[in-house]
Design a protein around this ligand. Structure first.
Ligand code: FNR
Length: 367
């Protein structure tokens, strides 16, 4: 694998000057274009809670800790993998890490491929650990990279877990993108065997179907992050970055985050992938703490946020810290309102599923 969020050459560990320029342009453009995509209606709007006016518990009674397979987080939400590799994105990582440390929020790096190919860019990722020495940090790498690179990614930020992204749709839309995908499953299995930290496999905004989640479980992956549609759309972003726009029709392609959670039978012991409840994270289109709590109610163990926290980070560290504290406060309050003393208890809430999401459930035999 060579392309994706990075353009490198894992054989030589070097990249050409032209590739380097191209990659630098892409990293900064991804930030600008993602922030410009306005939050819009998505499938979280098709989920209503059946309000029970006497269900609420005391806010102080809510234990926010999230247990996700082998890891425990202080809160049931996290800053998802975004960026690094340039001066500007290194600054963004610094702000995100300061926010993560101040509020105690788990955080992922963007794809570190660029730093493996060009060590001069490593500082833009290492800052994430330097500013947050004791927090939960995840490294991020594409499934096109091998086990050795995966370990180097973990070492770069002394990561507590590794996110491996799978992004075939994005690669296809990019003319310079990867065209070899068949080895991804083998790579994932090798990475799981090689690295000591838990491996989380994530989509980047096109979703994981039940079949994909089952495959990941069989490959030995510890946690799946469905990374569905409803928020940042990398098909639209990659189309916007070039003239031809051959794949313009792929904007909106994929599975919505709530659809993925329902398909995988998250929070529904009768339908869950794996009898012991394979742990699943929700990301993609989480716009508000309310969306995060809806994801918890559908059985996600925690909710990942990328673009919304990027917007806060661009406004500066004070805005980000205030925003993260506010999310934490609101998620606690909303869980109390639902009568959930912890994130998992939110799955006991009754919800109504409307509109297109309901059609999805019918088509997939979910009741
Ligand atoms: C991303 N995302 C991403 N994912 C990944 O695994 N590796 C990466 O390097 C990046 N890079 C990246 C850059 C920027 C600027 C954004 C906004 C996002 C995808 C991200 O983790 C997430 O899956 C999607 O953005 C969907 O979540 P939101 O943005 O709808 O909350």
């Amino acid at each position: 694998g060579r392309m994706g969020y990075g353009v490198g050459n894992s054989e030589t560990g070097r990249e050409s000057a032209a590739n380097r320029e191209q990659r630098r342009g892409r990293k900064d453009e991804h930030v600008d274009l993602a922030v410009a995509q306005q939050p819009h209606g998505n499938d979280f709007d098709a989920i209503d809670f059946v309000h029970d006016a006497l269900a609420a518990v005391d806010v102080a009674e809510v234990d926010l800790r999230a247990k996700i397979g082998p890891v425990t987080w202080p809160v049931p939400f996290y800053i998802n993998g975004m960026t690094g590799g340039t001066e500007k994105t290194g600054q963004i990582n610094r702000v995100l890490a300061i926010g993560a440390a101040a509020v105690g929020i788990p955080m992922a790096t963007g794809s570190v491929s660029v730093a493996l190919d060009n060590p001069a860019t490593a500082a833009s990722f290492r800052v994430i650990r330097e500013e947050n020495p004791h927090g939960f940090v995840m490294a991020n790498i594409g499934a096109g990279r091998g086990a050795e690179d995966a370990q180097r990614a973990v070492d770069l930020v002394e990561a507590d877990a590794l996110q491996v992204h799978i992004n075939a749709v994005q690669e296809i839309v990019m003319p310079e993108g990867d065209r070899e995908f068949a080895h991804w499953q083998r790579n994932i299995a090798a990475i799981v065997r090689a690295v000591e930290v838990p491996v989380i496999v994530k989509e980047v905004g096109f979703g994981l179907s039940r079949r994909t989640v089952e495959t990941l479980r069989e490959l030995g992956v510890a946690i799946a992050d469905v990374g569905g549609t409803g928020g940042t759309d990398f098909a639209a972003i990659e189309n916007a970055r070039r003239k031809g726009r051959e794949y313009a029709y792929l904007a909106g392609y994929g599975l919505s985050t709530p659809a993925c959670l329902l398909d995988a039978g998250c929070g529904n012991s009768a339908r869950a992938v794996g009898a012991d409840g394979f742990p699943i994270l929700a990301s993609g289109g989480i716009r508000t703490p309310f969306d995060a709590v809806k994801a918890l109610a559908l059985g996600a163990r925690a909710a990942g946020v990328a673009a919304q926290f990027l917007r806060l980070a661009l406004a500066g560290e004070d805005t980000l810290v205030a925003g993260l504290n506010s999310w934490k406060k609101q998620i606690r309050a909303l869980l109390a309102l639902l009568g959930a003393k912890n994130p998992v208890a939110a799955t006991e809430t009754d919800v109504i599923i409307r509109a297109g999401l309901r059609e999805w459930c019918e088509a997939r035999g979910i009741d």
